[in-house]
Design a protein around this ligand. Structure first.
Ligand code: SAM
Ligand code: SF4
Length: 348
């Protein structure tokens, strides 16, 4: 089957087989251009020209997990650890609102110091101070906690499954189980959160077949938001000598997912911008419609080191926003107004 025919098919019924996805992932030259152009057109038709900005607040760099790829893993004894206190988190959220953000993303390592009551209190305080949507990105928790956070006012939850290859998952996530990850994602969806999930591109040992399966799993989980980023080796992790993930495969995966879930929200990730100076622009031109600038204080940004060379960590939050707004305008797009809920979520 030709790329043109595969694109025709997905435009008609939003379904692809694993083999068709693999062909799209391997497309080159004119075929690749056609994939990107088609995804960009579908993005415009289904979610418009607005690019929504999410203010990212990385509130703790402590983590009880030991993911092989991540600089925050508990075995990295040279990682710089910090915890922001409740009032400080609320203050940063208010500052983000004043800068124009209408969504804040509260992200951290898996840090059980923040128990159910504490997180509920933070969510409620932010919600009663400013009119923002709250996205949580704090990892795996029991059902009653996910429910309590939702009841307290959290709107969205982001948690990648990282890889759909069970063996790879268990190899790179010691002590964690793939089943539990997927179970958590299903609970989150059933509780009525806007569900964000996705995967890493370029984990050592990952094949194109695995990536096609990752794409199918995002579709099966019926994600409202899709986070895909290239793996970047961190020198203080077991994967320090591994090759970084491919920007090209990341862009193709974004494009394919735009075609499979046309009304979803898809960020052009910071990791993409870290590996390629024009990575975020390229992402926005092949299906993405979200950017997540960090709005935290400089001293924390520098310490939240998932991977080296992260862009924008020396920039003050106001400067960051200005820079991203000008990127958006230079692409002929508009900065989104309002909370930018996933249209996929609203349709259900
Ligand atoms: N701890 C939570 C979790 O794991 O879901 C949220 C924070 S975690 C740092 C957010 C994401 O960072 C992970 O889902 C992972 O895909 C990404 N990440 C971690 N290390 C990375 C690396 N070396 N390169 C690229 N992305 C990385
Ligand atoms: Fe912890 Fe998340 Fe990093 Fe894994 S990816 S070590 S859970 S912060």
């Amino acid at each position: 089957m030709k790329v043109r025919d595969i694109l025709e098919k997905v435009l008609n019924d939003n379904i692809l087989t694993k083999d068709e996805i693999k062909l799209l992932l391997m497309a080159e030259g004119e075929d690749k251009e056609l994939l990107f152009k088609t995804a960009d057109r579908v993005r415009k038709e289904h979610v418009g020209d607005e690019v929504f900005l999410r203010g990212l607040i990385e509130f703790s760099s402590y983590c009880k997990n030991d993911c092989f790829y991540c600089g925050l893993r508990r075995s990295n004894l040279s990682a710089q650890r910090y915890r922001m206190q409740e009032d400080e988190i609320v203050e940063v959220a208010k500052r983000a609102y004043q800068m124009g953000y209408r969504t804040v993303v509260l992200q951290s390592g898996e840090d059980m110091y923040y128990n159910k009551d504490m997180l509920c209190s933070i969510i409620k305080k932010i919600k009663s101070s400013v009119d923002v949507a709250i996205t949580l990105s704090i990892g795996e928790r029991p059902f009653d906690e996910y429910k309590a956070f939702k009841d307290a006012g959290a709107d969205r939850f982001l948690m990648r499954f990282e890889t759909s290859n069970r063996q790879l998952y268990e190899k790179y996530h010691p002590g964690m189980s793939f089943e539990n990850r997927i179970e958590c994602l299903k609970i989150i969806k059933n509780l009525g959160y806007e569900l964000g999930t996705g995967f890493l591109i370029g984990l050592p040992g990952q094949t194109v077949d695995d990536l096609a399966q990752d794409i199918l799993l995002v579709k099966e989980l019926d994600a409202d938001m899709i986070g895909i980023g290239p793996f970047i080796p961190h020198p203080q992790t077991p994967l320090k000598d591994a090759k970084e993930g491919s920007v090209d495969l990341t862009l193709k995966s974004i494009a394919i997912l735009r075609l499979l879930i046309p009304d979803s929200n898809i960020p052009a990730t910071t990791a993409l911008g870290t590996l390629d100076p024009l990575g975020r622009q390229k992402g926005l031109m092949c299906g993405a419609n979200i950017v997540m600038p960090n709005v935290n204080h400089l001293q924390y940004k520098l310490k939240y080191e998932l991977y080296p060379g992260k862009i924008c960590i020396n920039e003050d939050a106001t400067k960051c926003r200005g820079c991203i707004e000008s990127i958006i305008v230079s692409l002929g797009r508009k900065v989104g107004q309002g909370k930018g809920r996933s249209r996929h979520y609203m349709k259900v």
